[in-house]
Write a protein that binds this ligand. Structure first.
Ligand SMILES: Nc1ncnc2c1ncn2[C@@H]1O[C@H](COP(=O)(O)OP(=O)(O)OP(=O)(O)O)[C@@H](O)[C@H]1O
Ligand SMILES: [Mg+2]
Length: 260
C-alpha cells in the first residue's frame, strides 16, 4: 500500500482536485484506492456527493477510538459510486481537534495506525489536507510515503511554497515522519508571464523535487466537480486529465525506483 498526502498551506491551489483526479485514474487502472478527507470543510467528501452532516461516521470518530484496528476503522469507510474507490469522509468537528487534542501526546500517529490496519485492503491511500498546519496535517504527513504539493503557477506562489517547505523540513527532521516530496505545478496558463516565470523558477529552485511538467488551466475540472465526478470520468480526453495521467505514471515510476 502506497500513501500519498496532498498538501499545501496555501488555499485554493488544487489539492482536492489533484486528490480526486489521481484517485479516478488509479481506480481506472484497477487498483483499489482509499481517499481520506482531513479538511473540516469536507470539500473532497462534498465533491464525491457525500453530505458529511448526514453520515453516521467520519474521520473525527477515528480520534475518539479507544483501540485502532481493522474492526474499529472499517466502519468509518464509505463506498463511493465509483468502482475501487472508497472514502473516509471529513466532518466539521475536525476543526475542534487542535483545541481538544493538540497537547495530548501520541495524537500525531493516529491516522498512520489506522492506515497500517488497512494495509491489505488498498493499493493506494490519498489524503487530502486542509490548508492549515494542525493536528490533521501532522497526522497526514506522518502516515505518508510521499507528499504531493500542488503549486499554482502564479505570482507569489514561491513565497507560499517556501513556507510549506520549511514546515515539511521540520516534520521530516522529527522521527515520526519520513516522506519524499513532489511539487506539482498547477493551473498553468502558457499565455501568461506569471505562469511561465513561476514554472521556470520552480524548476531551477527545486530541480530535484519538481515534476518537470504542469497541470494546465482547464475549466473541465470545475465542471467535473459540479457533477461530483473525477475529471477522468467526466471528460476523459481533456488536456487536464491527460496531464494527471502523465503525472500518475511519473509518480508510479518514482515509487517503483524507491522500492527497488
Ligand atoms: N488545473 C485547473 N484548472 C482550472 N481550475 C482548476 C484547476 N485545478 C483546480 N481548479 C479549480 O480551482 C478551485 C480550487 O481548487 P481545489 O479545491 O482543488 O483547491 P484546494 O487547494 O483543495 O483548496 P483548499 O485550500 O480550499 O482546500 C476549484 O474550483 C477547482 O475546480
Ligand atoms: Mg481542498
Amino acid at each position: 500500500m502506497i500513501v500519498w498526502s496532498i498538501a499545501n498551506q496555501k488555499g485554493g491551489v488544487g489539492k482536492t482536485t489533484t486528490t480526486v483526479t489521481l484517485a479516478g485514474l488509479i481506480s481506472e487502472r484497477k487498483k483499489r484506492v482509499l481517499l481520506v478527507d482531513t479538511d473540516p470543510h469536507a470539500s473532497l467528501s462534498t465533491y464525491l456527493n457525500f453530505d458529511s452532516e448526514q453520515l453516521p461516521a467520519s474521520l473525527f470518530d477515528l480520534f475518539q477510538l479507544q483501540t485502532v484496528n481493522k474492526e474499529t476503522v472499517q466502519p468509518l469507510i464509505v463506498k463511493t459510486q465509483f468502482e475501487n474507490m472508497d472514502l473516509i469522509p471529513a466532518h466539521m468537528s475536525l476543526a475542534t481537534l487542535d483545541r481538544v487534542m493538540g497537547n495530548r501526546g501520541g495524537m500525531g500517529l493516529v491516522l498512520k495506525k489506522a492506515l497500517d490496519a488497512l494495509a491489505d485492503d488498498y493499493d493506494y491511500v490519498l489524503i487530502d489536507c486542509p490548508p492549515i498546519l494542525g493536528v490533521m496535517m501532522v497526522n497526514a504527513l506522518a502516515a505518508s510515503h510521499r507528499v504531493l504539493i500542488p503549486v499554482q503557477t502564479e505570482f507569489l506562489a514561491m513565497k507560499g511554497l517556501e513556507r510549506m517547505m520549511r514546515t515539511l523540513q521540520i516534520m521530516q527532521k522529527s522521527r515520526s515522519a519520513d516522506f519524499n516530496l513532489t511539487i506539482i505545478p498547477t493551473m498553468y496558463d502558457k499565455r501568461t508571464r506569471a505562469s511561465l516565470e513561476t514554472l521556470q523558477e520552480l524548476k531551477i529552485r527545486y530541480s530535484d523535487q519538481v515534476w518537470a511538467s504542469a497541470v494546465p488551466i482547464d475549466t473541465k475540472f470545475r465542471d467535473a466537480s459540479l457533477k461530483h465526478m473525477p475529471a477522468s470520468f467526466y471528460a476523459k480526453n481533456c488536456r487536464g486529465v491527460f496531464a494527471y495521467k502523465t503525472l500518475l505514471t511519473y509518480l508510479e515510476r518514482l515509487e517503483q525506483d524507491e522500492q527497488a
